[in-house]
Design a binder for this molecule. Structure first.
Ligand code: NIG
Length: 420
C-alpha cells in the first residue's frame, strides 16, 4: 500500500521553505503543523544509537523536532497524521555539495561528452556568462524551483555554493539568493579564473581574497576552492582558504577530481570540514583523510556525467576515513538532485553496502557540514525524514530509476513528492 497523508492540507507543495531560520526566510512557512505523527512505519532507520532500527513504529514530530518513537497505532494526539502503510522511513538526505544558483543550460556539452569529448573545467565560463546576465529575481526563482526538485528527491537539508558569478557583484547576488534557501552557503569565488582575468590569475586570487570575500562573507558560512590543474594551484588555494578562515568562514575544498594533486592533503592539513570529489587518491591521500576529521565527500553522479572513474569508497571506509555522498547538482558536471541515483552508483560501482551508502547520504552529509541536528532521527533532531514507497532502503538501489520517495518531511512539514 502506498503511504498517504491526512489531512491533505498537511502536505502543501514545497514553496522553497528555507532549511533554517538563519538567515530569515523570504516566504515564512504558514501551514506547518505543530505536531505530526508518522504512523504504521514498517521499518524505521534512525541513524541514532538510542533509537536504533525498529519495526512497526510511529514517529512523533513536535515543533519541528523528533519527540518520540512509539509502537505503531499508539494513541497520541497530533495536528496531522501520515500513514506510512507499512513502508520504510529514513532520515532526510543531507546534500552537502550543490551549486543550485545558476542560469543557462549545458546539455550540448553533455551530449558532446557522451560522444567522446572530455570534461574540462573551462565549461564553468559558459554558466558564468548566463548567470551574470540573469537578474537576481530570475536566479532566485530558478534556485527555488531546483530546491523543490531536491525536496521531491528526499533532500531535506542542503548546502549551496556560489561560483558562477566570478565577479564581485554577481558572487554577492548568488550568495544572497542562496542564503534565502539555506544557512549552509559556501562562497566559491575561486571556482575558476574567469576569462577576463586569464592572464592575471594571481590578481584574480587577490580579488577573491579581498573585495569579493568582503562582499560575500556576510551571507556565507563556508569558503571553497577548486584546487585542480586548470583551476587553482595549491599555493593559490591555500591563500583563498586562509583568507576565508580569517574572515570567520569554515573551509571546504574541491580536490582530486580530474587527476592526482594536492587538494586532499591541503584540506586535511588546514582542517577543512570536507574535501569533495576524491576520485584520484594516492595512499598518502587516503592516510591523511583517515587521520583527520575532514570528510571525503564523493559525488558519483559527477563521475557518471563526466565519464571519470568512480572513487573507491571501499578503500576509504576500510582505511577509517569519513565518507559522505552528495549530488553536486550543477549544469556542467552533474545535473541531478536524485540522491537515490547517487546511492545506486555508490553501491553498484564504489564498493559500498546499501547501509553504508545511506549513512553517507544522511549522517555523512551532516558531518561534512559539521551539523549535529540533521542526518539522523534521534530524539531532539530536526524532524526531517523520508517516507519511502518501499519496505527497505535496499529498494532505492534495487529499483534504480523508480520514484520511491513517497513523502519528504522537513521540520515536521509534509512535502508531497508526487502529483497524485
Ligand atoms: O563540482 N569541479 C568544479 N565544479 C563543479 C563543476 C562545475 C561545472 O562544470 O560547471 C563540480 O563538478
Amino acid at each position: 500500500m502506498t503511504p498517504h497523508a491526512e489531512p491533505p492540507g498537511a502536505g502543501s507543495p514545497d514553496s522553497g521553505t528555507p532549511d533554517s531560520g538563519t538567515p530569515g526566510p523570504a516566504t515564512p512557512p504558514t501551514a506547518t503543523p505543530r505536531s505530526l505523527v508518522v504512523d504504521r512505519i514498517g521499518l524505521l532507520v534512525s541513524n541514532d544509537p538510542e533509537v536504533g532500527e525498529r519495526s512497526d513504529v510511529a514517529l512523533v514530530l513536535e515543533d519541528g523536532v523528533v519527540a518520540a518513537v512509539l509502537d505503531a497505532g499508539s494513541t497520541v494526539a497530533a495536528d496531522a497524521r501520515l500513514d506510512a502503510a507499512g513502508c520504510c522511513v529514513v532520515p532526510g538526505f543531507v546534500d552537502s555539495h550543490t551549486h543550485l544558483v545558476f542560469a543557462g543550460d549545458r546539455g550540448d556539452e553533455f551530449a558532446a561528452r557522451m560522444a567522446g569529448a572530455p570534461y574540462v573545467a573551462g565549461g564553468i565560463n559558459v554558466t558564468t556568462d548566463a548567470t551574470r546576465a540573469a537578474s537576481t529575481d530570475e536566479l532566485t526563482a530558478l534556485a527555488r524551483a531546483r530546491l523543490a526538485e531536491a525536496r521531491r528527491c528526499g533532500i531535506t537539508h542542503l548546502e549551496i555554493k556560489s561560483g558562477y558569478g566570478l565577479d564581485v557583484a554577481t558572487e554577492r547576488r548568488i550568495c544572497e539568493a542562496a542564503a534565502a534557501l539555506t544557512d549552509d552557503v559556501t562562497f566559491l569565488g575561486a571556482h575558476l579564473v574567469p576569462r577576463e582575468w586569464a592572464d592575471r590569475p594571481d590578481a584574480y586570487v587577490d580579488l577573491v581574497c579581498g573585495e569579493m570575500l568582503d562582499a560575500c562573507a556576510p551571507s556565507a558560512r563556508w569558503i571553497d576552492v577548486f584546487c585542480e590543474e586548470g583551476a587553482f594551484d595549491p599555493e593559490q588555494s591555500r591563500r583563498v582558504l586562509e583568507a576565508g578562515r580569517a574572515a570567520g568562514l569554515g573551509l571546504r575544498v574541491h580536490g582530486n577530481q580530474l587527476g592526482f594533486g594536492e587538494g586532499v592533503r591541503l584540506a586535511c592539513e588546514l582542517g577543512a570540514a570536507s574535501v569533495d570529489h576524491c576520485t584520484y587518491l594516492t595512499d598518502a591521500d587516503v592516510d591523511a583523510l583517515a587521520a583527520s576529521d575532514t570528510v571525503a565527500t564523493l559525488l558519483p553522479a559527477t563521475d557518471f556525467s563526466t565519464r571519470q572513474p568512480y572513487p573507491d569508497a571501499r578503500r576509504l571506509l576500510d582505511a577509517g576515513a569519513r565518507v559522505a555522498i552528495a549530488t553536486n547538482t550543477n549544469p556542467g558536471s552533474s545535473y541531478t538532485s536524485s540522491m537515490a541515483f547517487c546511492l545506486a552508483l555508490a553501491v553498484r560501482d564504489m564498493g559500498m553496502t546499501v547501509a553504508e551508502a545511506l549513512t553517507a547520504a544522511t549522517l555523512g552529509g551532516a558531518r561534512a557540514l559539521r551539523r549535529a541536528d540533521v542526518g539522523h532521527l534521534g530524539l531532539g533532531a530536526r524532524a526531517d525524514a523520508v517516507v519511502l514507497d518501499a519496505p527497505s532502503p535496499t529498494h532505492l538501489v534495487y529499483r534504480p530509476g523508480m520514484d520511491l520517495i513517497a513523502h519528504t518531511v522537513v521540520r515536521g512539514e509534509v512535502t508531497p513528492s508526487r502529483a497524485s
